[in-house]
Design a protein around this ligand. Structure first.
Ligand code: MG
Length: 301
């Protein structure tokens, strides 16, 4: 696979990619891969295989994949906090956890106002150490990606865990299924995907972030007719890279669609890795892929 995997819709995308770069399949045999997170200190990538209830680790030097955690409470999204600790969303236990440096687990959020969360999906950490996550119902809608159960909250919202008080508070609602989320480089904006709008369409909103940690005005950032958005990441120049059907697509911060990188399977999520953060790791259905690009991920990813 090479140049034909890249589709340039705006000339500015030429500077973002290397059309001579290969889309490499690094591992396959999973059921639904998700939640890629890169550990710079370990030169490794951890990702989830939700229906198989396991997390895997790709070693960048040896290119070997091994089991990181199993069972894994049907873990979905992962990220690192600013101390390099793994933060994970668990469908099975319906909670957000932190894996400490000694290997122990700390529960960061499992209830709001006494009601269990639905099934936390994706998570991001802000520079003030607050943790923001989405809570759709995918992990309780069936036994495939978690445990079938009713929603106690009866809504699908986005939450913020305060770094100092550890209080969990709702920051946004009105979603069909809130999913991937990411801050802009200056953290003045928060992009949030709604993957439940139907018709195979993608919808991403962007919210103003207020100084007090609440969200302000919301706008539609992007609509897409050729696939559902799931996860997203931001590069150093503020572009938004998101999954959309069997592709990763890239937007300018002004919402202009720049281009696509095609993959052989439906893409769920992505992250920037490698020592220069210019290796795009992509989880897509049964497999993990990577491709070198000409831009680097923002340090917040
Ligand atoms: Mg997701």
């Amino acid at each position: 696979m090479a140049a034909h995997d890249f589709e340039i819709l705006d000339d500015r995308f030429q500077r973002c990619i290397r059309t001579s770069a290969n889309v490499d399949r690094l591992f396959t045999g999973c059921r639904w891969t998700e939640g890629p997170v890169y550990f710079p200190a370990h030169r490794s990538l951890v990702f989830s295989d939700i229906p198989n209830d396991r997390m895997l680790r790709f070693d960048e030097e040896s290119e070997l994949v091994s089991i990181f955690r199993r069972p894994a409470e049907y873990t979905n999204g992962n990220t690192l906090d600013r101390q390099g600790r793994l933060i994970s969303c668990q469908h099975g236990a319906r909670r957000v956890i932190r894996t400490e440096h000694d290997g122990s687990i700390t529960v960061l959020a499992d209830r709001v106002d006494g009601k269990r969360l639905n099934s936390p999906n994706d998570v991001v950490v802000k520079s003030d150490d607050s943790i923001w996550f989405t809570d759709p119902t995918y992990g309780i809608d069936s036994n495939y990606e978690g445990h079938l159960a009713p929603s106690e909250i009866g809504d699908r919202c986005v939450y913020r865990i305060d770094a100092r008080t550890h209080r969990v508070s709702k920051v946004a609602d009105g979603f069909k299924q809130p999913n991937g989320l990411a801050f802009s480089v200056d953290e003045r904006r928060l992009y949030i995907v709604d993957s439940g709008v139907g018709h195979g369409h993608g919808l991403m909103r962007v919210f103003d972030v207020r100084d007090d940690g609440s969200l302000g005005r919301a706008d539609v950032f992007a609509r897409y007719e050729h696939g559902v958005f799931d996860g997203l990441r931001v590069d150093v120049d503020g572009r938004i890279w998101t999954s959309a059907g069997e592709a990763v697509i890239c937007y300018e911060p002004d919402g202009t669609l720049l281009g696509r990188i095609r993959f052989p399977e439906r893409v769920s999520n992505l992250t920037f890795g490698g020592p220069k953060r210019n290796r795009l790791y992509v989880t897509a259905t049964s497999s993990l892929y990577s491709v070198l690009v000409a831009v680097s991920g923002a340090k917040t990813v």
